[in-house]
Write a protein that binds this ligand. Structure first.
Ligand SMILES: NC(=O)c1ccc[n+]([C@@H]2O[C@H](COP(=O)([O-])OP(=O)(O)OC[C@H]3O[C@@H](n4cnc5c(N)ncnc54)[C@H](O)[C@@H]3O)[C@@H](O)[C@H]2O)c1
Length: 444
């Protein structure tokens, strides 16, 4: 089948590549010339495990092509996937300008039936806006051409995106027309073989389903972070509490890790956007507001623990930071807790020596050259001359360090562990001042 995908980011590139991998003829359209040129040359602009090999293979097979020309994109695919960004607007609502720009160009260039599929995460009612936009452009051209708009939210996780796309838990299809459900059933058939994973529903419910999933996951994280702060004040160990509740199958072990707050391109913006949607319709979304507030506070916790250890004297100190990406196996630093930490350290007059296995280029792109940031080539190198180590992302390479070497390299044996990777007893015995999440005594 012929498929066009707008947006060659984390979602669009994975969608296009996986659809090509099962034999479809895919054209990816992006407005970013540099990115498109890189992709044409077989270079991948993002880090996603396994994606480079899959892109090269499908480009070579001629099933995956890239362009910046929307006219070519509209002419190519019966299926027109919109997978462009929906970043937060100034007020936290989802900025739909990129989605509607694609809708506009589809309207401008379309000359036969098309299925327009919203894969971007978009507020309830966006499919109507897309339809209105296409209709308005078609009317201005003085033509009447049939098309359908479908909501098909994406649930892939960065770091495991290919597996998630190839073996999805569910394929949510929101339509108001049974014909499009059948077209999409055929397109998704290769990913839907062992049992039927397609969940068909109306468009608004599909749009809300994506926000519901992310808001639920964010709520679990904020809940555990709230509990970890209580544990610190009550002399309890949140890790024991975690195992104690996770063993209840109604709760489960997934997504109940305490830490230094959630980041990334989805949870923060999607919780905010859902809050904005609630505001717009005059509903006070108390739980969502609290989930966001708890997370914002949690992202400050690493700085607070460091500041507490150094009695507010961080000026002139150097802090080693392990992990910049918002989670392991990605280079994505959008809304990452590392950014909150580093920015607070800089504001306090401290310097940062940082290492991340994949996000160094992204960090350079965001912060540029600055005297108070040194990016180094290894975890050990980050420790040199540092007054303390902070772990922010639980990459496997940080999980079992040589603590004797860590102690030797650091100027002072201080570790603040934002992911509870280490054993407090062992580190205490090794002579470290060790702080973690929900296992310390809170001083406030
Ligand atoms: N990243 C994730 O893990 C994830 C998971 C599920 C859903 N989503 C949602 O998917 C959407 C895309 O997210 P992403 O992380 O892939 O974004 P991204 O920023 O990585 O990629 C978006 C791409 O769209 C391109 N673009 C912008 N305007 C365009 C236009 N008019 N035509 C063609 N291309 C255009 C940009 O140049 C960019 O390459 C968002 O709504 C996001 O919330 C993301």
């Amino acid at each position: 089948m012929k498929v066009t995908v707008y947006g060659s980011g984390y979602v669009g590139l994975v969608t296009g590549t996986c659809l090509a991998e099962v034999g479809n003829d895919v054209l990816c359209v992006d407005i970013d010339e540099r990115k498109t040129e890189m992709l044409r040359n077989g270079e991948i602009p993002i880090y996603e495990p396994g994606l480079d090999a899959l892109v090269s293979k499908n480009v070579e097979a001629g099933r995956l092509n890239f362009t910046t020309d929307p006219a070519e994109g509209v002419a190519h695919g019966l299926f027109q996937f919109i997978a462009v960004g929906t970043p937060p607007d100034e007020d936290g609502s989802a900025d739909l300008q990129y989605v509607l720009a694609v809708a506009g160009s589809i309207g401008e260039h379309m000359d036969e039936y098309r299925v327009i599929i919203d894969k971007s995460t978009v507020p309830v009612g966006t499919a109507d806006k897309v339809r209105d936009k296409v209709n308005a452009v078609l009317a201005s051209r003085g033509v009447e051409i049939e098309f359908d708009v479908v909501s098909n939210p994406e649930f892939l996780k960065e770091g495991a995106a290919i597996d998630d796309f190839m073996k999805p838990d569910r394929i949510v299809i929101g339509t108001d027309n049974p014909r499009t459900t059948e077209l999409l059933r055929a397109l998704y058939a290769p990913f839907n073989r062992s049992h039927d994973r397609m969940v068909a529903m109306d468009i608004r419910s599909a749009e809300l389903t994506k926000y519901a999933a992310n808001a639920m996951l964010a709520t679990k994280i904020s809940f555990m972070n709230e509990l970890s702060n209580l544990a610190e004040r009550l002399g309890a160990d949140i890790e024991k509490v975690r195992v104690g509740i996770g063993s209840d199958p109604r709760i489960g072990y997934h997504f109940i890790y305490p830490g230094c707050g959630y980041g990334g391109s989805c949870f923060p913006k999607d919780v905010q956007a859902l809050e904005r949607t609630a505001n717009e319709i005059g509903y006070r979304a108390e739980l969502l507001n609290a989930v966001e507030a708890v997370n914002n506070r949690q992202k400050e916790i690493l700085f607070k623990k460091l500041d507490g250890h150094f009695d507010g004297n961080l000026a002139g100190k150097t802090i080693a930071v392990w992990g910049l990406a918002f989670k392991p196996n990605t280079d994505d630093m959008r809304a990452a807790p590392s950014r909150t930490l580093m920015e607070a350290l800089w504001a306090a007059g401290a310097k940062v020596r940082a290492y991340d296995p994949e996000a160094m280029d992204e960090c350079r792109r965001i912060y540029g050259e600055r005297d108070d940031l040194t990016l180094v080539d290894s975890a050990e190198e980050a420790l040199k001359g540092a007054d303390a180590l902070v772990t922010v992302t639980e990459w496997s390479v940080f999980r079992s360090p040589d603590f004797a070497l860590v102690k030797q390299r650091l100027r002072q044996p201080v570790i603040v562990d934002g992911r509870n990777m280490y054993d407090p007893q062992q580190l205490k015995a090794d002579g470290f001042s060790y702080y973690s999440i929900g296992r310390d005594t809170a001083h406030d």
